[in-house]
Ligand binder design. Structure first.
Ligand code: AMP
Length: 280
């Protein structure tokens, strides 16, 4: 695996592969890698001829300075995991290499409705930062395939919208959520949980399973409220539990026949914010 600090150097290294028509797969991450990330890298190693992974804790997508500061950055163990998982190139930039110009820093995209619901409503500016950094990364790396996790379901919709708006040609490949043995979705933030709180956090998964078992049985709003009540057990504090149509993320008053739904939730586990979702 070759490590690059500068996008220009990475771009030059990728040029021969691109010229030969080899498929470039890209897995953007913020590091503190776990099996969820590694599953994306393995999917890329299988589906593409060369796999680029980026590790960049993007400041513009953090809406709280303390969250950015305490985000884990275990770079040495990350590099070991990348080698095992089959990554070919690691892009490990600092912020100056990602945000090279004022134009890069000023990037704005109207995300409309997507920015007003769920994560958009509770994390102002978060998705603008995601759209911005993903535009810059795709612009420089120009992958054929982009591997991202369904764990961040709304983020997939945001990235899809940005790619259409900016004409990025990569194929977005959504990958399934990888979970711990007790059902908790893997997340870099899990390592910040105290052991006692970590144990209780599996309630998130079990509440999503409950929602799935009750689809079409309870009314949507009542089911959302019941799930909030189930999750509201100290040290857990649900921020939202929303059941939405799976393609548009639109709210529905009733289970419309022929449509598929997904439950999405954000829960504070003491001072750590966790998100998860489940198609119903
Ligand atoms: P992050 O480092 O949190 O920005 O995540 C980088 C990529 O890994 C994103 O596409 C995430 O959706 C994906 N990801 C994070 N956690 C998981 C998981 N438990 N299972 C599958 N993919 C995941």
């Amino acid at each position: 695996m070759v490590i690059f600090r500068h996008a220009d150097d990475l771009s030059r290294a990728l040029a021969p592969a691109r010229k030969d028509g080899r498929k470039i797969g890209f897995v953007p991450t913020m590091g503190a890698l776990h099996e969820g990330h590694l599953s994306l890298i393995r999917a890329s190693a299988e589906g593409a001829d060369a796999t680029v992974v980026s590790i960049f804790v993007n400041p513009t997508q953090f809406n709280e300075a303390s969250d950015l500061e305490k985000y884990p950055r275990p770079i040495e163990s990350d590099i070991r995991l990348l080698l095992q998982a089959g990554a070919d190139y690691l892009y490990l930039p600092d912020a100056d290499d990602v945000y090279q110009s004022q134009v890069d820093r000023d990037f704005q995209l109207d995300l409309g409705y997507l920015d007003t619901i769920m994560e958009g409503a509770f994390r102002p500016g978060h998705f603008s930062g995601v759209a911005q950094v993903m535009h810059l990364l795709l612009d420089r790396i120009r992958p054929d395939l982009l591997f991202m996790g369904q764990k961040d379901f709304q983020q997939l919709a945001v990235v899809r919208k940005m790619m259409q708006a900016k004409g990025h040609r990569a194929k977005l490949v959504p990958c399934p959520t990888i979970r711990e043995a007790d059902g908790l979705a893997m997340s870099s933030r899990n390592r910040m949980l105290d052991p006692g709180i970590r144990k209780k956090a599996s309630l998130i998964y079990h509440t999503l399973l409950y929602a799935k078992s009750m689809r079409h049985v309870a009314e949507i709003v009542e089911l959302e409220q019941a799930c909030i009540a189930r999750l509201d057990q100290a040290p857990l504090r649900p921020e939202y539990f929303s059941i939405v149509e799976i393609n548009t993320l639109q709210e529905r008053e009733t289970w419309t026949p022929g449509e598929k739904f997904i439950a999405c939730t954000a829960v504070w586990a003491d001072n750590i914010r966790l998100i998860d979702n489940m198609p119903l």
